[in-house]
Design a binder for this molecule. Structure first.
Ligand SMILES: *[C@@H]1O[C@H](CO)[C@@H](O)[C@H](O)[C@H]1NC(C)=O
Ligand SMILES: *[C@@H]1O[C@H](CO)[C@@H](O)[C@H](O)[C@H]1NC(C)=O
Ligand SMILES: *[C@@H]1O[C@H](CO)[C@@H](O)[C@H](O)[C@H]1NC(C)=O
Ligand SMILES: *[C@@H]1O[C@H](CO)[C@@H](O)[C@H](O)[C@H]1NC(C)=O
Length: 379
């Protein structure tokens, strides 16, 4: 009896002790727990249980005049005739910055090479680079001169007079949709991509041609974020103050690294952008808000990447659409990814089995969160 009681007491003490430990750890790491778990649980429950974003309409609307003035910066470099007289399949905006000369140059000589695309694919793809002005006043003058020289050579820059900073990305988004509305509304599709994204344009064009045969309306494809929570950490560049966005979840949106919309959606987004407060600096989230007001939903395409770089392999090249984080390897990747052998790599039963196996090994590793999801191995 006596022994038993002691055992029980010991047990209780152990129990209490471990509870305290857990509590202590929780208290110490609360910020982490809150950041990684609580905010996601809250936002997913909101997204999947409530799933009503009517507050966007109610709380973030502004008058058309206010919205119009928020994106009304004068053009420093503009082209009125880029699309005139062309049957443009795809208008491809590359979000660039004044000093990224090298990135633009490597895009022009690889996946953005008009001559190649016209000759090999027989379609018109217009690649234009969009930017503001350097935020550094001292280097602005010299950079502008270089930009004008670059533009007189290639004629593919669009520049407005706002500071080209991360927190002004929404202004760049407005630039794209307004310019498309005014100067290229007949392009069948519009794409927006970062200048460190690799776009496999031949694969993309084949995919879009398939969509055209199905009518090509109501299209918004990319790497979809569903029920993403606003980041409340001040140190993050995606930090969202509660005063600006107080709800627990963003509406669905596609990663800004690269997404495609059909022209009817582009027009709807443009219209919606004229009714919303563009203070929200995260451009792809703002796009999601516009789409929500316009009642357009994004569709997932497993070969659009969000943050990560696609693995280097012919079985991947055969399917990939976008891959993020490329600068020095663009020429290499373009050569490899468009090599004639790639188109045959998964032909026949053996080829299919080979590529599925390779893709499972490459994409379905635990904790592998780069580029494409494991699902992509089976498509
Ligand atoms: C663009 O493609 C054409 C046709 O394939 C090729 O002749 C030309 O060298 C390419 N341009 C650049 C800058 O690589
Ligand atoms: C955005 O651009 C405007 C116009 O150039 C500038 O006044 C403002 O400081 C910029 N905002 C940020 C956050 O960089
Ligand atoms: C937003 O408000 C407008 C006008 O009040 C309305 O026509 C539209 O349907 C609303 N959209 C959403 C998504 O609630
Ligand atoms: C790809 O396959 C086709 C027919 O199966 C064949 O004619 C062609 O030569 C192959 N191409 C390459 C580069 O192997």
């Amino acid at each position: 009896m006596f022994i038993n009681l002691r055992r029980v007491r010991k047990c209780r003490i152990m129990h209490l002790f471990s509870m305290c430990c857990v509590l202590l750890v929780l208290m110490v790491c609360w910020e982490e727990v809150d950041y990684h778990i609580v905010s996601h649980v809250q936002s997913y429950s909101y997204r999947y249980l409530v799933n009503s974003y009517d507050f966007i309409n109610k709380s973030l609307s502004v008058t058309r005049r206010e919205a119009d003035s928020s994106g009304r910066f004068p053009y420093l470099i503009d082209h009125k005739a880029t699309c005139v007289g062309n049957d443009v399949l795809l208008l491809l905006f590359v979000k660039s910055s004044p000093k990224n000369f090298r990135r633009r140059q490597s895009i022009r000589s690889t996946w953005g090479n008009h001559t190649y695309l016209k000759k090999e694919l027989g379609v018109t793809v217009k690649v234009v680079f969009v930017m503001g002005v350097s935020a550094n006043r001292h280097e602005r003058g010299a950079l502008q001169e270089k930009l004008r020289a670059e533009d007189s050579l290639h004629g593919d820059l669009l520049q407005q007079d706002f500071a080209d900073t991360f927190h002004n990305l929404t202004l760049k988004l407005l630039l794209q949709f307004r310019w498309a509305h005014a100067r290229c509304a007949h392009a069948r599709f519009l794409m927006s991509a970062d200048d460190d994204v690799f776009v496999h344009v031949p694969n993309l064009v084949h995919y879009l041609q398939g969509l055209v045969q199905q009518g090509a309306v109501d299209v918004w494809v990319g790497h979809v974020h569903r029920g993403a929570p606003p980041v409340r950490r001040k140190s993050s560049k995606y930090y969202m103050p509660v005063q600006t966005y107080r709800w627990s979840s963003y509406p669905d949106y596609t990663a800004g690294a690269g997404y495609v919309v059909s022209r009817d959606v582009a027009e709807k987004i443009y219209q919606a952008s004229l009714s919303l407060n563009a203070l929200l600096h995260i451009d792809d989230v703002f796009m999601g808000m516009c789409a929500n007001v316009a009642r357009v939903s994004p569709q997932e395409h497993v070969y659009f990447s969000g943050e990560g770089k696609a693995p280097y392999h012919p079985c991947i090249y055969e399917k990939m659409i976008t891959s993020h984080g490329h600068e020095d390897d663009v020429a290499y990747l373009w050569r490899e990814a468009t090599a004639p052998e790639v188109s045959n790599v998964s032909s026949g039963l053996v080829g299919k089995m080979y590529c599925t196996t390779v893709k499972i090994l490459l994409l379905c590793r635990p904790f592998f969160i780069n580029s494409y999801s494991c699902k992509a191995a089976f498509s």
